[in-house]
Design a protein around this ligand. Structure first.
Ligand code: ADP
Length: 192
């Protein structure tokens, strides 16, 4: 027959459980909710800013990660993209960084466990779903969280913005003013 624990051992079991609970609560209260929002941000648009602003209501801190592939061409350099993001966002709960490495490794290296992404149309869904699944397979501690686009940014994408601006179309109101200025410097003044 199993021996019943004595008064002493019941007491020390309770002490140990109490200690574990207190240290768990301490870690939970201390832990900041940090999310990483990765993208090419070539350039940052008002659609991105909407996701960041709303994301900051859920997370204590956000890292805007300018993810780049050295073999792919872009309109703005990584440094220019980072500078535009930095200038267009204020607040000390937002950081800007860049990386060309594995996203889940970056996320864990920053002590974060959430990847934030935005969803526009169904066409975004398939790609985003695959990305979320592969990232989950690569690291099960990292979760992808999606926010639906604000309806006024439904058709705003960096690629369409660049295309419209390069053909002389006005993208005012779809991107921050500074981005609009930079696009006009590159492509000439748009027809308003
Ligand atoms: P894009 O898709 O515009 O070229 P990124 O690659 O920089 O931009 O996208 C980074 C993330 O932001 C992706 O999750 C993308 O779906 C999301 N995103 C981009 N534009 C918008 C928008 N207008 N509304 C909501 N999410 C967006």
């Amino acid at each position: 027959m199993k021996e019943m624990p004595g008064r002493r051992s019941v007491f020390s079991l309770r002490m140990a459980a109490d200690y574990r609970w207190k240290s768990f609560m301490h870690r939970t209260v201390q832990m900041k909710k940090v999310a990483v929002y990765p993208g090419s941000f070539d350039p940052i648009t008002n659609g991105h800013i909407d996701i960041i602003t709303r994301g900051l209501r859920m997370f204590d801190e956000m890292i805007i990660l300018v993810a780049y592939n050295p073999n792919k061409s872009s309109l703005f350099t990584v440094e220019e993209r980072m500078e535009l993001v930095r200038t267009c966002l204020t607040g000390n709960n937002v950081r800007v960084d860049c990386s060309s490495g594995l996203l889940v490794d970056y996320v864990r290296s920053k002590g974060a466990n959430v990847i934030l992404r935005g969803l526009r149309a169904v066409s975004d869904f398939e790609y985003e779903f695959q990305m979320a699944l592969i990232n989950r397979r690569l690291n099960r501690d990292v979760e992808t969280v999606f926010l639906m686009t604000g309806y006024q940014w439904f058709y705003t994408s960096s690629n369409l913005i660049k295309e419209a601006a390069s053909l002389g179309g006005s993208v005012k109101g779809l991107v921050p003013d500074l981005v609009n200025e930079r696009l006009q410097q590159l492509f000439g003044k748009a027809k308003e």
